[in-house]
Design a protein around this ligand. Structure first.
Ligand SMILES: Nc1nc2c(ncn2[C@@H]2O[C@H](COP(=O)(O)OP(=O)(O)OP(=O)(O)O)[C@@H](O)[C@H]2O)c(=O)[nH]1
Length: 799
């Protein structure tokens, strides 16, 4: 032990003095485990110290610069005197989401959660024979197709019983209030996951016991990281043939790169799956009764004792890598107590360093209750999550929001939905309370709105309430706003950052079959656009047709179907179109003169400079390098407008331009004939001419495609993908199914779903997600440009 301690001392000195830790790391892998733990702790201590130093410096700077309003001063004094009763209320609140790959069992698990918490009286299955369907899939389309399309919110109370092993005996029951959002798995509805994770404090990531980490698990993982959402993992479908929770845990560790360890081991597998052993308390847990509603605890079965001990050691070892207290116990060669392990899992989960893995079978009603206990035990309450707003009155300084009722109200509208009673706006209350009849202010528009009605949502049902406290989720009626707007009580100049909205990748033309349906058609379009930021509608300037754009074929086909069912409008749609982009590849100089001086007021503008690629296929850039005032400031502003207009409609196909840099460094102005209009037009003309000379290219979206199917269909499916020019990167062959990952151009993937169905007897599935833009094949580029040119000339000749 002495050598370990001196090792620790020398490392700490080195790490703090001059960062030699990096050098130590090179030989790190060869050290025995206890040395590795010490090393990591020292590194962490050094980083923490540096961070603390930085934070105190930053806080002092902010305080110096701040001119605080009376409201903000009162906010600070309230925070420094937090009421213990308020803290106790918050401790028992959990705002969580359930997110996973398609068909992992999110809705099935949520149905059990609602049943065990007494929110529903019977369990109904997704695509069940009783034709009722799961509670959270309330839309007819969801019930028919057996997929979740919209996220649905609900709430329930869960009672965690005293557990002597955690030193809580004698404290009785603890009742938790859980706000829960069930999200869709299909990538086409990804915005639903995005906005749910934006406002939730924690998540349950469900994995299929047979497939483990799948393509959408990776997407959901990325979204959770984007919003710093701690998660517990639940390996579902333990009753299925081929179930292997250890493969799933391996996937979390290596594919998602988040330290994970099982906190349970299964008792039996596949159709012998009976329950789980809780590794922290070393107790067997069985769910019995008609619907698994009776939870029975028993001793660990003899034949599992050794295996459970081994997995318990693995859990402690994984925790020692991410938690100092467990690392110290490890060093002292002491086995941590259940209370210490539980506390360490909670700390490490909330600080995003670890995910505990639970397992069960939602369909077989097994082991859902321990998952609910874990939600309460390991996921954060609203006061444990850092939520920041930007203070517009202090140059957007970030301020921490505190889930405390007595503070001024701040909430975020994260989802809009049209209901029979008008627009329903889902709001997460970050601080303060919202009351019926209260006037709140939209931070974006400055508009004041009175809240006429507040409800708590239970899927498609509502429960009226008078007020909602800090840290909770509710929905309000009669508030006109956009998704992502911040509301405050008007006293604070705070606004919150909104969620990430991906760009649509596919579009198609659409029109009502009968002209009499046009008003309803427009109404539906307006509503769908307001509700879903990834669904866009615009009118094509050339053809005059309405074009809808979205995240995939399924996404758009669902809206076409909803139009028919909810608005009685039959529509005619065109072929799906890909959202191409345009870029240039070479540097080209320009010197363009616009001169119209025949009678009356003329137009005069000369712009000079160059265009070149930015080096990345990202944002376009306009730069003014004019010296000597050859072009007036206001005209340069018009040049920039002309540049932005040109980037919206590229010269090749009329699609958006990417990665283009335009520099204007000289020009000429006429005393009377120059105008903003002239400079804007001259820039557009210069852009068009220069772009065409600068090695222009059409870019097409490449999709990360993941296909899985039973092994016997692999040959067929690979053949189909090869014909569609896919680049296959990876194939993983399991005992029954294979999964392959490929890059495919979206253009080549139309109709793939039906071809896959036919080639795999309906057993194959695939998901596609936008990856990046890449140059389209030369032949396709030529065809697209020629088609666009032909359509343009036809339009001119018709005029
Ligand atoms: N064998 C088995 N099947 C399950 C289990 N849980 C769910 N299923 C089945 O898996 C299918 C998908 O279940 P859902 O609950 O709709 O999955 P989901 O993740 O909500 O689906 P999406 O939201 O559409 O992505 C259904 O047929 C369920 O009956 C389970 O524990 N075992």
């Amino acid at each position: 032990m002495r050598s370990v301690l001196s090792f620790r001392a020398s490392l700490r000195g080195a790490a703090l003095r001059n960062g030699e830790w990096t050098a130590c790391r090179r030989n790190f892998a060869s050290l025995p485990v206890q040395y590795r733990v010490v090393g990591q702790n020292c590194q962490r201590a050094s980083a923490q110290r540096q961070q603390r130093r930085w934070q105190s410096g930053a806080a002092a700077a902010v305080q110096e610069a701040a001119v605080q309003t009376p409201e903000e001063l009162s906010q600070e004094s309230i925070i420094s005197n937090l009421d213990p009763a308020e803290a106790a209320r918050l401790e028992k609140v959990r705002n969580i989401g359930i997110a996973a790959h398609i068909d992992s069992g999110k809705t099935t698990a949520t149905e059990r959660v609602l049943f065990y918490t007494g929110r529903i009286n019977d369990i109904h299955e997704v695509r069940g024979r009783d034709a009722v369907g799961a509670k959270m899939d309330s839309m007819d389309l969801e019930r028919e197709k057996g997929i979740t399309i919209q996220s649905a919110a609900t709430f329930c109370d869960w009672v965690v019983n005293e557990r002597a092993e955690y030193g809580k005996a004698g404290q009785g029951e603890e009742k938790y209030h859980i706000n829960l959002i069930d999200t869709p798995g299909h990538i086409d509805f990804t915005i639903e996951v995005e906005r749910a994770l934006r406002v939730l404090d924690g998540a349950v990531m469900i994995l299929c016991a047979v497939s483990g980490v799948q393509s959408q698990t990776v997407t959901v993982d990325r979204q959770m990281r984007r919003y710093n959402v701690p998660r517990i993992s639940f390996v579902n479908k333990m009753d299925r043939a081929g179930a292997n929770p250890w493969k799933a845990i391996d996937g979390i560790n290596h594919k998602l790169r988040i330290p994970a360890a099982a906190v349970q081991v299964p008792i039996g597998m596949e159709d012998e799956f009976k329950g789980v052993v809780d590794l922290i308390r070393m107790k067997a847990i069985y769910s019995e009764g008609n619907n698994g509603e009776v939870v029975r605890e028993a001793e660990v079965p003899d034949d599992l004792r050794e295996f459970a001990q081994e997995k318990r050691r693995k859990l402690i070892e994984t925790l020692a890598d991410v938690d100092d207290e467990i690392a110290n116990a490890f060093l002292d060669e002491r086995t941590p107590s259940p209370t210490e392990i539980q506390a360490a899992i909670r700390r490490a989960t909330i600080s995003l360093k670890f995910t505990p893995v639970l397992m069960g079978s939602a369909l077989a009603d097994k082991s859902i209750q321990p998952m609910l206990d874990a939600v309460c035990d390991y996921l954060p309450n609203p006061s444990e999550v850092e939520n920041l707003a930007l203070d517009r009155r202090r140059s957007e300084t970030p301020v921490k929001l505190v889930s405390y009722n007595s503070l001024p109200f701040v909430g975020l509208a994260f989802k809009l939905e049209e209901s029979n009673f008008g627009q329903l706006t889902y709001i997460r209350v970050y601080q303060g309370q919202i009351r019926k009849g209260q006037t709140v202010v939209n931070a974006r528009t400055g508009q004041k709105v009175k809240i006429p009605r507040i409800v708590r949502m239970h899927s498609n049902e509502m429960e009226q309430v008078q007020e909602i406290g800090a840290g909770e989720i509710c929905a309000v009626f009669g508030v006109d706003c956009a998704s992502g707007d911040t509301f405050t009580d008007g006293g604070l100049g705070y606004s919150m950052t909104s969620m990430f909205v991906p760009d649509p990748v596919i579009s198609l033309s659409i029109r009502p079959k009968q002209t009499k349906d046009t008003p309803n058609f427009s109404k539906a379009m307006a509503r769908f656009q307001r509700e879903d930021p990834t669904f866009r509608v615009h009118v094509d300037t050339e053809s005059g047709e309405s074009i809808i754009s979205g995240m995939g074929e399924l996404h758009l086909s669902i809206y076409v179907e909803r139009m028919k069912r909810e608005y009685g409008v039959e529509v005619v749609t065109g072929q799906p179109q890909v959202a191409y982009r345009e870029t240039l590849t070479e540097r080209v100089e320009f010197d363009h003169l616009l001169k119209k001086q025949t009678g009356g007021a003329g137009d005069y503008a000369r712009v000079m400079g160059w265009m070149e690629p930015t080096g990345q296929l990202g944002e376009n850039k306009f730069e003014n390098q004019v010296t000597g005032g050859t072009i007036d400031e206001k005209y340069l502003f018009a040049c920039e407008k002309g540049f932005n207009d040109s980037c919206r409609e590229g010269p090749l196909l009329g699609h958006k331009v990417l990665g283009t840099h335009m520099v204007v460094n000289d020009g000429a102005t006429h005393m009377t004939d120059s105008s903003e209009h002239a400079f804007r037009t001259a820039t557009i003309q210069a852009f068009r001419q220069a772009f065409r000379k600068a090695g222009p290219q059409v870019l097409e979206p490449l999709m990360k495609t993941v296909v899985s199917a039973p092994n016997e269909f692999q040959g067929n499916i690979v053949g189909i993908l090869n014909k569609r020019n896919a680049t296959i990167h990876d194939t993983e062959i399991g005992p029954e199914d294979f999964t392959l990952t490929a890059d495919c151009s979206l253009n080549s993937m139309f109709g793939f779903s039906s071809q896959l169905r036919a080639a795999s007897q309906g057993k194959g599935e695939f998901s596609m997600e936008f990856s990046h833009y890449a140059p389209a094949p030369m032949q396709l580029q030529k065809e697209l440009v020629a088609k666009h040119e032909k359509a343009r000339l036809e339009k001119i000749s018709k005029k």
